[in-house]
Design a protein around this ligand. Structure first.
Ligand SMILES: [Zn+2]
Ligand SMILES: [Zn+2]
Length: 513
């Protein structure tokens, strides 16, 4: 059984209306690993939905976390905001509501494009609304038990001054420590390092629980049934272990079914954005990987296995694998080892599997076609020379359009040079020998009235080279030279078949003179 189905069954058996929680701490650049969490949550959601259950996925944004330090990507002026909740820090670009929005908004837009159906919840709003008040009160009243649990779980000495809750100083805006003995619900006194003494109301956004107390409080508030989280939280003595005890012994709730996931590793030459010199972000991954393929990438292996996200040539292999699973899903022919991957393909559609086999354009071919066209209309025009585009329905065109956009993004920032080319309007400035010109002359009459398809053209190019003094290898190189100014390139048969016949004829005539 696929892992998402295992979790789904567990949830459906236990809850009438299962709730799955995922989340993100938007303190800085969002890494590609955050995508794994969101997609893992969505896949479980759609698997539960497939069992006929009324299921909800929530996406919790830790917008009330403090800014821990001034990261390198922040201007120096942001030094003054360190220690403040990120929902109260201005956005660095001036276009967003606050710091948290600035970093998470593009990611939220992208989640939509991935088909992740979740309710977005901002943690700072939960505090403002007093949703945490009951848990804060319990944590404060049972503070000594909290300290004992944390000691027992982590093995670290208990800190008698441990504060489960930190008020925000109304004067300097930073998180500070409470005065324990005078606490009386809902008011907590504090004495801030800045010298200010004040009162925090735990039913308002005047402070927050520490992470080890906040996470189980969210389980209690939402009745979370399952939650994916990074494997660091799952380590022995980690926050899942302490959360399990705190939710039961302090908050009188239960812990969710844990789905710890392994981090995503970046692999291959393309792991840096070439023009920006920065690592691949979650947004880059979304922009250069078609959504259905990105979903599939995270679903084909168990969450506890690591994933290599290869932004280089591996991108093409991943697309090929996805298309192969699609063919097996619709046409059969897979073997036993494909079963899990075919189910991953199905889950990647979020319960919207196409009604019939979609039009498949090999991804490598699309990479070439995109480079031959100025825009998407051009892509369709070129594809029409080699594919039966009249059979394409609206969904096929939509998918092709998305894939073309991803390919273009990939080519602009990440693709290795070996797959890139540019077809100049005239013969590129290259030296051509007599032997090469003779080869072109021999090709002209054959290309003039042959069938215009990849196999025929590939055959003509190969046979003519073999019969000419030039030979096969040099013959191919000569054609690449006059088409793209390089000595290697896309497979010649389909490459030339994708071009207009008159264009190819003119190029051969010009080059042979
Ligand atoms: Zn901004
Ligand atoms: Zn202060």
């Amino acid at each position: 059984m696929h892992w998402a189905d295992v979790v789904a069954k567990e949830l459906a058996d236990k809850y009438d209306q299962p709730l799955i929680a995922t989340g993100i701490s938007p303190t800085g650049i969002i890494h590609v690993g955050s995508l794994r969490e969101a997609i893992t949550g969505e896949s479980v959601r759609s698997a539960v939905e497939g069992l006929g259950k009324d299921v909800r996925l929530i996406y919790l944004i830790d917008s009330f976390d403090p800014l821990r330090k001034r990261y390198d990507f922040l201007p120096e002026s942001f030094e003054q905001y360190v220690g403040m909740p990120i929902s109260r820090i201005p956005c660095p670009c001036g276009k967003h509501m606050n710091y948290a929005h600035h970093f998470v908004q593009p990611f939220l837009d992208a989640l939509e494009s991935l088909g992740v159906k979740c309710d977005i919840i901002w943690t700072h709003e939960l505090y403002d609304q007093g949703r945490f008040a009951e848990c804060i009160d319990m944590a404060m009243r049972k503070r000594k038990e909290v300290i004992r649990i944390l000691h027992e779980v982590t093995g670290k000495a208990g800190d008698p001054n441990y504060a489960p809750y930190n008020p925000v100083c109304e004067k300097c805006g930073r998180f500070t420590s409470p005065v324990f003995d005078t606490y009386e619900y809902p008011i907590m006194e504090y004495r801030c390092n800045c010298g200010h003494c004040g009162h925090a109301d735990v039913t308002k956004g005047d402070g927050k629980l520490t992470w080890r107390l906040e996470w189980p409080a969210k389980w209690k508030i939402f009745g979370t049934g399952a939650e994916p989280f990074g494997k660091d939280h799952a380590a022995a003595g980690g926050s899942y272990d302490s959360g399990k005890r705190i939710v039961r012994e302090i908050y009188d709730g239960v812990e969710p079914y844990p789905i710890p996931y392994e981090f995503v590793q970046l692999k291959g030459v393309g792991q840096m954005h070439k023009s920006l010199g920065s690592p691949v972000t979650g947004l880059d991954a979304i922009n250069m990987t078609p959504p259905e393929i990105l979903n599939y990438l995270f679903l084909r292996v168990n969450p506890e296995r690591h994933i290599d996200y290869d932004s280089g040539l591996g991108m093409l292999d991943m697309a090929d694998e996805y298309d192969r699973m699609e063919r097996i899903y619709f046409e059969g022919g897979g073997n036993g080892t494909d079963e899990n991957s075919v189910r991953a393909y199905e889950l990647a559609q979020h319960n919207h599997v196409p009604g019939g086999m979609p039009l498949q354009v090999p991804y490598r071919h699309l990479v070439n076609v995109v480079q031959m066209a100025d825009d998407f209309e051009g892509v369709i025009e070129i594809l029409s020379r080699t594919e039966e585009m009249s059979k394409a329905n609206e969904e096929d065109i939509g998918r092709l359009r998305r894939r073309s956009e991803c390919v273009r993004y990939w080519l602009n920032g990440f693709a290795p040079d070996s797959v890139k080319f540019y077809i100049a309007d005239t013969v590129p400035c290259v030296e051509l020998s007599m032997v090469e010109k003779v080869y072109f002359q021999a090709l002209i009459p054959k290309v003039m009235d042959c069938n215009w398809d990849a196999d025929t053209i590939g055959g003509i190019v190969a046979d003519t080279a073999k019969e000419s003094p030039i030979g096969s290898k040099k013959g191919y190189q000569a054609l690449y030279k006059i088409l793209i100014g390089k000595t290697s390139g896309p497979r010649l048969g389909s490459f030339i078949a994708s071009m207009d016949r008159n264009f190819v004829m003119n190029r051969l005539i010009q080059a042979s003179q």
